[in-house]
Design a protein around this ligand. Structure first.
Ligand code: SF4
Length: 63
């Protein structure tokens, strides 16, 4: 299972990742995305991969 990471200083607060992968991504009170929990299932990992691909500023990465 991949582990996902966000470069928070570059996040523009669009919330797309949190809409696509709501278990794993969330927005903090400053409207910056954070990893709520790393994916535990293949479905969650697929959603996280989608978020990574669709982030408009490409600040989500995975190892
Ligand atoms: S999709 Fe990218 S820019 Fe948008 S909230 Fe998530 S990390 Fe931030």
């Amino acid at each position: 299972m991949k582990a996902f990471k966000i470069n928070q200083s570059e996040c523009v607060g669009c919330s797309t990742c949190a809409l696509i992968a709501p278990t794993n991504f969330a927005m903090n009170s400053s409207n910056v995305a954070y990893i709520n929990t790393q994916p535990q299932t293949e479905d969650e990992e697929a959603e996280c991969n989608q978020a990574l691909e669709i982030c408009p500023v490409q600040v989500i990465s995975a190892v």
